[in-house]
Design a protein around this ligand. Structure first.
Ligand code: HEM
Ligand code: FPP
Length: 301
């Protein structure tokens, strides 16, 4: 970086800064952070639609974004050795070289600490505790231990993935609401096929990095069968919001349509010899539609 700025003058400084920003963004996994934030926001809207909670909502969102970004960056540092062996993660490894492990670690810790300080000072202790639980289960239980030692590590990764709705609810109400628990359960189940579709697609990568994902340890057919089972379960789970009276029949219709569409796409993709990207992309689209439907239903209903 320094060489380029000395050799090419001021304009190259801008270029190197751009590289740093892009690299930081890659390490921070913005797609996952956005989805996590949307799931927390959905729970906030469902827990309390009163205007006076706007400030707590804002603090809650800030805490989730900071903690999830910090956790993602820390994960990128902790996993650099295995990431280096995966074709899918070439750009992330390059990003870590550009930023540097020490700087990335300092930024990650600063982001997580800021989230905890803001939560403890301006929100409440339940939110702070849940944020600590999310960061600890992601970085210690999943990243540093179970991801590399068991194919069921995905269930450990699904814990921090499912916690943001609880964090959102805790931030605006001070407690964990029933709809936030239902949403956390929906996301927990959703994550399994979401990850297995990706693992099926990048099987050679995971084998090369010796990460024991389900299709590597128990075969492709069992993975496909369990993924399909989870996708089938998603529609009844998503309907619990309607059955328990939290959401309208219009929401229930949307949940049935999007659940059926997801299932059809998965079946088409799964019965191919080699799973392609459709089921994985459909998983992201499915969750996005369900979350937006829940939010719209709360505002309209
Ligand atoms: C067990 C838990 C989970 C695992 C193992 C997992 C794994 C992954 C992986 C490996 C990717 C690919 C990232 C990349 O290509 O850089 C991904 C992408 C994604 N995941 Fe997950 N995920 C999990 C949970 C979640 C949760 C809880 C959410 C949201 C609430 C989520 C939302 C997304 C989104 C939106 C993307 C696309 C990101 C992008 O393309 O930038 N994931 N996930
Ligand atoms: C509020 C807070 C601290 C939330 C943390 C939640 C969080 C970032 C959850 C991510 C879930 C997850 C296991 C993602 C990717 O897996 P991976 O790391 O195995 O993906 P990779 O193969 O791309 O590294």
């Amino acid at each position: 970086m320094q060489i380029s700025s000395e050799s090419y003058g001021d304009s190259s400084v801008v270029v190197s800064e751009m590289h740093q920003c892009e690299a930081m963004l890659l390490l921070a996994k913005p797609g996952i952070v956005c989805a996590e934030t949307l799931s927390a926001f959905t729970a906030m809207v469902m827990a309390s639609s009163q205007l006076h909670s706007f400030v707590l909502e804002a603090y809650g969102i800030i805490c989730i974004v900071l903690a999830a970004t910090g956790a993602a960056m820390a994960n990128s540092v902790l996993e650099s050795n295995t990431d280096r062996q995966m074709v899918r993660l070439k750009r992330r490894c390059r990003a870590l070289e550009v930023v540097g492990s020490v700087k990335a670690t300092v930024i990650a810790l600063a982001l997580i600490s800021s989230a905890l300080i803001i939560a403890a000072t301006f929100v409440n202790m339940l939110t702070t505790t849940l944020l600590i639980a999310a960061a600890a289960t992601y970085l210690l239980l999943y990243t540093s231990w179970l991801k590399k030692s068991s194919c069921w590590g995905v269930a450990a990764g699904a814990i921090p993935g499912a916690l943001p709705p609880l964090i959102g609810s805790a931030a605006v109400t001070g407690h964990v609401s029933a709809p936030s628990l239902m949403l956390a359960f929906l996301i927990f189940v959703w994550q399994l096929p979401h990850f297995w579709f990706l693992a099926l697609q990048h099987l050679d990568d995971y084998r090369q990095a010796t990460i024991p994902v389900l299709p590597v340890t128990h075969g492709i057919n069992l993975t496909k069968a369990l993924s399909l089972l989870c996708v089938v379960l998603l529609t009844p789970i998503s309907l619990t919001f309607y059955i328990t009276g939290y959401n309208s029949v219009e929401y229930a219709v949307v949940a049935c349509i999007v659940g059926s569409a997801f299932l059809v796409i998965c079946m088409v993709d799964i019965f191919r010899l080699q799973v392609q990207a459709q089921a994985y992309h459909a998983s992201i689209a499915y969750l996005a539609v369900i979350l937006v439907a829940l939010i719209c239903d709360c505002y309209v209903g």
